[in-house]
Design a binder for this molecule. Structure first.
Ligand code: AMP
Length: 430
């Protein structure tokens, strides 16, 4: 192909990956608002922030989440590095936090240790409403030497209050207890007994799950399986006395706080590491969960740490934004208006560079368009951004060390000496 022909070939722009979205400037105020809420709630309840890498060793998630969990079986973004390490883009936060807790001996930071995090997670799923391949979670974890049910409630409360703070009304907290290593095997046996003669009526997935992870049968949404599970034995009727006592206390504390909840005996959750309390949080009118979590009393031991029970919950930020937008919840935090600096001519342009710095130091937010020379273009931008005041800095003003302040609503103009500009702006803005 000649050079001339090459020039004619229109290059195909590269698009983003399926299920991985940009967060464009117009959406940033939503993200800022949510992150602010999570940070404030975490601060109030004394959670410490932790950040872990987005990439971890594959083995970190395999056993804790469970080889037969959907995430490990089908949804891991895993690959080999050039050095031959098997790595994965993290699908969730808890395992990484526990790894970090053990690796850095974080137990010395406090008992209980309360941690919070926020960041992107990755699951190779079929994108659909409320489900993407890169999504963001904010979560709370409480790790302690004892498994006081008050921590279960504090975790749920932190999630609940975050949604409250974002003005999401009619939150539906669903809760269940799935027992511990003592009572769960007995429950599993009862469950298998119940399904023994019903296997042929199950969907393909459940036919497989019944041999690998029978509790996941309670999670199935296929209509035949939904019918069958209505009569299935419930975890809650099979709890040992320890788990029963624990769950009773959790409900008592929720009632004391007047946090409305709903018992959902079919709630089991997707990861193996959960024990005792599990929960999911919904918003009225949406069938996807905004948040979910539960207790993990053996996870730290399983991952090589000293026996320390924990409990945590994570919320999906994209889903929260979707609910807020659909319910037309206002962000409430109007952007502070900025004043607009208009320059005319080279000298004013050069001096504007310093003037902007002076205004910044004085705490005045200023917008400029130093790359545009036309007065009209600059005025148009000032109007578009609804700047309450414009500063007009022309050749004459630059020479005389003065500047024009223009009230953009009334059009009234006043010339002030440059030295007095900060005081003059402050006077007009209040
Ligand atoms: P999980 O880690 O599966 O317990 O999920 C906790 C929360 O993360 C869910 O309630 C959702 O809000 C959110 N979430 C999980 N998976 C996705 C996904 N693929 N896309 C968007 N949000 C998700």
């Amino acid at each position: 192909m000649s050079k001339k022909d090459q020039k004619k070939v229109k290059r195909q722009p590269v698009s983003s990956l399926k299920g991985m979205n940009d967060i464009l400037p117009a959406d940033q105020p939503w993200w800022d608002r949510i992150r602010k809420a999570v940070k404030e709630i975490a601060g109030f309840y004394n959670f410490l922030k932790i950040e872990t890498p987005v990439m971890e060793k594959l083995e970190l998630f395999k056993r804790p989440l469970g080889d037969t969990s959907d995430v490990v079986e089908k949804q891991m973004f895993s690959f080999k590095t050039k050095g031959g390490d098997e790595v994965v883009l993290r699908p969730e936060g808890t395992a990484s936090i526990v790894r970090s807790y053990i690796e850095h001996g974080l137990s010395h930071l406090g008992q209980p240790l309360k941690l919070w995090y926020e960041g992107p997670m990755f699951r190779y799923e079929q994108p659909q409403a409320g489900r993407t391949r890169q999504f963001h979670q904010a979560g709370f974890e409480i790790i302690s030497s004892d498994n006081d049910p008050v921590y279960d409630v504090q975790t749920m409360l932190a999630c609940y209050r975050t949604l409250d703070d974002l003005k999401i009304k009619n939150i539906n907290l669903q809760i269940n207890s799935i027992g511990c290593n003592k009572c769960r095997p007995i429950y599993r046996k009862n469950l298998l007994e119940y399904y023994k003669n019903k296997e042929k009526s199950l969907c393909g997935d459940c036919k497989r799950r019944i041999h690998t992870n029978p509790m996941r049968l309670l999670d199935c949404k296929v209509s035949g399986c939904v019918e069958l599970k209505k009569e299935a034995p419930q975890t809650i009727d099979n709890l040992c006395s320890d788990c029963r006592k624990h769950f009773k206390k959790v409900l008592e504390y929720l009632e004391e706080l007047k946090l409305p909840y709903m018992l959902n005996p079919l709630l089991v959750r997707g990861f193996d590491y959960y024990t005792k309390t599990v929960f999911e949080i919904f918003a009225e009118g949406f069938d996807f969960a905004l948040g979910a979590g539960g207790r993990y009393d053996y996870l730290i031991e399983l991952m090589g740490g000293r026996q320390s029970p924990g409990v945590g919950g994570a919320m999906g930020l994209e889903r929260i934004i979707e609910v807020m937008k659909t319910k037309e919840i206002s962000l409430g935090n109007r952007v502070r208006p900025k004043i607009f600096l208009i320059h005319i001519g080279d000298t004013a342009k050069k001096r504007s560079l310093v003037l902007i710095e002076e205004l910044r130091e004085a705490g005045i937010d200023v917008m400029e368009q130093l790359g545009k020379d036309s007065l009209n273009a600059q005025l148009r931008t000032a109007n578009k951004f609804e700047a309450p005041l414009s500063l007009i800095f022309g050749q004459k003003e630059a020479f005389e060390q003065s500047i024009i302040i223009r009230d953009m609503k009334t059009g009234a103009q006043e010339t002030v000496p440059l030295k007095k500009i900060v005081a003059a702006i402050k006077r007009k803005m209040h």
